[in-house]
Design a binder for this molecule. Structure first.
Ligand code: ATP
Ligand code: MG
Length: 455
């Protein structure tokens, strides 16, 4: 009675008792859950523990989508979980989880967690700093982000347990934060990004009360560690819905703090076109299950900023090659303050960028050598986006497309006359002694006017 009254007065307040939906009241069937996840839940239950599939997988199944992985929540501690399985590993320092390997699947098993007491564990903006206390299932539901992410499915009974009104929100196709939105966003500003990403990904609408504070709280993103932002951005951009999600991020005022450079780029028509083409290209590849490289994607997002810096440096008289490297470093450094692009991607990003001038060189032995470059394919895909966006002539892209497929003799015939006055061909009479720079025997990688690559 009282509980019902409270529920009516305070919708969205998590309850201590679940509402249990029987198999005939929801669409999820046990055979939609992977064999590994069923095995793990059954074994935990046979040992006397509670065990449910939880989170994104239940949400996706409830909405009729195919989950990408299955996470399990249990009241067993990691130490109790581990001995039940032959291949189980406790991982994580702060919050310990168990990875159970079944066949070639890895199932993440986490113990029910309690929300933290906000006073003790938050920074001055209300951001949660720790998150590592075991709790009851009701508490575990309450500490999750959105109601549709807090449903528990028991493959044995085929019941869905709902502590937060998630089933109703699935039916209404609504993304709603559990609890008071401002507090929950302050605890973890990344939830704002997740709201936009998940709503687009699974095709639901962000609830009005959840959406309302986002624009105002957007500056809190500044407070999120850059490495975490990279993970979320990567998920967002590789979701297969990058174009739409980015548009939504901008509409909610979130894009600004994330990719500061993007704001500038999107203001120029050519930049806007380039990003559109690049994101459409990525979305297509993700949907067709072709690989997408995060390095390639970040290279596209930042390219026009590099171009701008490069032209500016050349205009003030810097040599093209050093100017390019300087522009690249500057852009990456600036971006790193917000989103930490891992070092291992940076090398590839720079390579894709710095290879672009080589497409201008269509004389002599250079094109043939360029084809052999390990990153030729990525660089060429990048060139195609430049072409499609109008930054370089379509004829240039077309030339390289044909050149790759041409026979030896056709390639010969395609070569452009070698008319560029190259510095590497030592000018007769006035040598370039004293510069200390050797362009190497082939000058490979030199931009059109002959600087050396890879300095
Ligand atoms: P995806 O399908 O994109 O992986 P997901 O909802 O499964 O989406 P995960 O990052 O895998 O996202 O998180 C698993 C679950 O953990 C979520 O469904 C949610 O219940 C909980 N969760 C994740 N991030 C947060 C957060 N920032 N705050 C509260 N709960 C979270
Ligand atoms: Mg997930």
């Amino acid at each position: 009675m009282i509980r019902r009254l409270i529920a009516r007065l305070w919708p969205g307040r998590p309850s201590d008792m679940p509402r249990v939906f029987r198999a005939d009241e929801h669409p999820v069937r046990r055979d939609q859950v992977s064999y590994a996840a069923r095995t793990v839940t059954r074994r935990l239950q046979d040992a006397g523990f509670k065990a449910f599939v939880v989170g994104g997988a239940v949400r996706d199944l409830m909405l009729g989508l195919a989950p990408k992985d299955f996470d399990i929540a249990t009241d067993a501690t990691p130490e109790q979980v581990k001995p039940l399985f032959r291949r189980a590993f406790i991982i994580g320092r702060r919050f310990r989880l168990v990875h159970v390997h079944v066949g070639n699947e890895v199932i993440e098993v986490s113990t029910f967690r309690a929300p933290q007491n906000a006073d003790e564990a938050t920074d001055e903006h209300g951001r949660l700093l720790t998150d590592n206390v075991y709790g009851t299932q009701a508490q575990d539901a309450a500490r999750r982000d959105f109601t549709i992410n807090a449903l528990y499915f028991d493959p044995s009974s085929e019941e869905v347990w709902d502590y937060v009104g998630g089933v109703a929100d699935v039916r209404a196709r609504r993304l709603k934060l559990i609890g008071p939105p401002v507090t929950r966003f302050r605890e973890d500003p990344v939830r704002m990004l997740r709201a936009v990403r998940l709503a687009t990904k699974v095709g639901v609408t962000i609830d009005k009360r959840t959406a309302a504070p986002i624009a105002k709280l957007a500056p809190l993103m500044q407070n999120v560690p850059p490495a975490r932002l990279f993970d979320e951005m990567q998920k967002l951009l590789l979701s297969g819905h990058a174009t739409e999600t980015l548009r939504s991020l901008r509409a909610h005022g979130l894009a600004h703090g994330l990719l500061p450079l993007l704001d500038v780029i999107l203001e120029q028509p050519l930049g806007q076109k380039f990003i559109d083409v690049a994101l459409a290209h990525t979305d297509r590849r993700v949907r067709e299950d072709l690989g997408v490289s995060p390095a390639f994607l970040f290279a596209t997002l930042l390219w026009h900023e590099v171009l701008a810096g490069w032209s500016a440096a050349k205009a003030k008289g810097d040599k093209p090659q050093p100017a390019m490297f300087e522009a690249m470093d500057k852009v990456l450094d600036q971006q790193a303050e917000r989103i930490a692009i891992p070092r291992r991607f940076e090398a590839t990003i720079k390579e894709i960028w710095s290879l672009q001038p080589r497409f201008e060189q269509r004389a002599g032995s250079r094109p043939a050598r360029f084809l052999e470059h390990p990153r030729f394919r990525a660089a060429y895909d990048f060139l195609a986006i430049r072409g499609e966006s109008g930054e370089v002539p379509a004829a240039l892209v077309d030339w390289w497309t044909r050149y790759q497929d041409a026979s030896e003799t056709e390639r010969e015939a395609m070569l452009k006359p070698d008319e560029a006055p190259r510095k590497r061909r030592r000018p007769r009479g006035r040598g370039r002694r004293g510069t200390g720079r050797e362009s190497g025997p082939d000058g490979g990688g030199a931009p059109p006017d002959g600087g050396t690559a890879g300095e």
